[in-house]
Design a protein around this ligand. Structure first.
Ligand SMILES: *Cc1c(COP(=O)(O)O)cnc(C)c1O
Ligand code: SF4
Length: 345
């Protein structure tokens, strides 16, 4: 049977379906999931490379092609590769590193809603990410249970509607931009209909790792609602931001969205002042201001990324001497029972 007759056999509805799947959605499906592809890319020898079996079973490899393209061939120390390649140490247990390092399970009034800081709520909009970052503090997050999108937005929306002290809703995840346009639009519209919501903040790594997602339809959805949408992207290294990402950020900037970046300070990735200076300058070229530089959250499996407090302060002191103040991110730590992030400097 040739391709055409195969399609016809499925009926008219199915032949139309592929046309409704946008290219970013097929890209999202075509991510690299086999760690051996990364091992080969890095020029490492399969027989010498031990991969963590437990860690990859619970938090599998996931790398979009656009991100893979930005990894240097045959460089096992590539700062982008390090963020996505699982290492044997992930299976080790390290004192002080746990599955829920921020005690998030204790701050959820309804599934998927995190209320920790006054005036702001964080909505876990989906469990899906375009990329799996090995340092992710939500790598063990029970998305099946605590995911407002999976079940139904209504309880989370009702809680936001009932609390008039909330000014800002932060869409997080997972990655909120992995939601299909119709779902995301419906969520934005529902939030927009709540009079006390002034700002909707979207935390997403997708503008960097899957830039084709920044379509005209998306930009329209983000700009046609009355609350101001703020986009916080997530890049850890200047090499992550290629021409496609720059073009997507330009579209968001042209649409009037404030653009901020947050990073995590990661050993072997960006733990020197030159890497951080280059990142800030690249971000500014793309109309993005640095917001936070986070200390690693002590999540089980990520201990090999830890940079200690003294080293972090020393690096930031150097960064401050090399950049204008507005390009220096705030070095912070997330602590369980505080009412804001804790500054380190
Ligand atoms: C980080 C965070 C926020 C937002 O904090 P800002 O300082 O406003 O960026 C809100 N809620 C939770 C649970 C957070 O972890
Ligand atoms: S994109 Fe964000 S939430 Fe998803 S794995 Fe990476 S750090 Fe975690």
């Amino acid at each position: 049977m040739n391709k055409t007759s195969g399609m016809r056999a499925k009926g008219a509805y199915d032949t139309l379906k592929p046309m409704t799947i946008s290219s970013w959605q097929s890209e999202l499906k075509q991510t690299i999931r086999d760690p051996r592809t990364l091992v080969e890319y890095a020029g490492l020898d399969h027989s010498d490379t031990v991969l963590p079996s437990r860690a990859t079973a619970s938090f599998p490899v996931r790398v979009p092609a656009a991100f893979l393209d930005r990894i240097q061939h045959d460089n096992p120390d590539d700062p982008l590769l390090r963020q996505v390649l699982p290492v044997a140490a992930e299976d080790d247990e390290t004192a002080g590193f746990s599955e829920d390092p921020l005690g998030e399970s204790r701050h959820q009034p309804v599934p998927g809603l995190l209320t920790k800081y006054p005036g702001r709520v964080l909505l876990v909009a989906t469990g899906v990410c375009a990329i799996h970052c090995r340092y992710c503090f939500r790598r063990h997050f029970p998305y099946q249970k605590n995911n407002a999108g999976r079940n139904d937005w209504r309880p989370a929306l009702a809680a936001i509607r009932d609390d008039t002290s909330i000014r800002e809703v932060i869409l997080s995840g997972g990655d909120p931009l992995s939601l299909a346009d119709d779902k995301l639009s419906a969520l934005l519209q529902s939030l927009s209909a709540i009079p006390h919501i002034r700002r909707i903040r979207i935390h997403s790594r997708i503008p960097v790792v899957l830039p084709d997602r920044i379509t005209e339809t998306l930009v329209d959805a983000l700009t046609e609602i009355h609350p101001q949408v703020v986009m916080v992207i997530h890049a850890n290294h200047a090499n992550e931001i290629g021409e496609n990402a720059a073009a997507g950020l330009q579209r968001l900037h042209d649409a009037g969205l404030p653009l901020l970046n947050q990073s995590v300070l990661l050993r072997g990735v960006n733990d020197d002042s030159t890497a951080l200076v280059n990142l800030s300058e690249r971000l500014f070229d793309c109309h993005v201001l640095p917001y936070y530089l986070h200390m690693l959250d002590p999540v089980a499996g990520a201990a090999h990324f830890l940079v200690d407090d003294d080293t972090a302060r020393k690096i930031m002191n150097e960064v401050r001497t090399r950049l204008p103040g507005y390009l220096v991110p705030r070095l912070v730590r997330e602590e369980e029972d505080e009412l804001s992030k804790t500054p380190l400097d």
